[in-house]
Design a protein around this ligand. Structure first.
Ligand code: HEM
Length: 139
């Protein structure tokens, strides 16, 4: 279970960041493809739909932080689809780095070490659920 403070920090900063989710998701993909150019071919040329889905899935995770069992079911299905997209367990850390970097850039002064730790913890939980689920389907 995630501590209450972690959930509060993530909820509050997600609300700020998603006010301009288009900029946030553009920043995310720009960072991801700079950090890991090798994953670019896994994504469609036109990222518009992809950006919308990324915002929506973060929204699901953040909204349901108190009800992790529902999120776990959704993340497990999401991970099974990711196996088909060619995503590898090794890609999760770089996706996390791109996400944290994009949020930091977006939030400016609202970004503090505590906020960073909260997002690292939440991404850590979500990505480990997905990695375990992906390993289970590809094993
Ligand atoms: C916690 C981590 C992640 C979350 C929440 C997430 C979320 C999503 C969502 C919501 C979609 C839309 C399609 C669907 O719902 O099936 C998607 C698609 C996709 N994701 Fe992720 N993802 C994560 C990690 C990764 C990683 C590590 C990779 C590896 C590069 C990746 C690569 C892709 C690709 C290639 C697509 C499909 C593009 C397409 O053909 O439309 N994702 N992701």
């Amino acid at each position: 279970m995630l501590p209450v403070e972690t959930k509060q920090l993530v909820r509050a900063t997600w609300k700020l960041a998603k006010a301009d989710s288009l900029t946030l998701t553009k920043r995310f993909y720009a960072r991801l493809f700079e950090l890991a150019p090798g994953v670019r071919p896994l994504f469609p040329d036109d990222l518009r739909e992809q950006r919308r889905k990324l915002g929506a899935s973060l929204d699901v995770v953040v909204t349901k932080l108190d009800d992790l069992s529902t999120v776990i079911t959704e993340l497990t299905r999401l991970a099974e689809r990711h196996a088909g997209y060619g995503a590898e367990p090794e890609h999760y850390p770089v996706v996390g780095e791109a996400l944290i970097g994009a949020l930091q850039e977006q939030l400016g002064d609202a970004w503090t070490p505590e906020v960073e730790q909260a997002w690292v913890d939440v991404y850590g939980v979500a990505s480990s659920v997905m990695i375990d689920a992906q390993r289970a389907v590809t094993a």
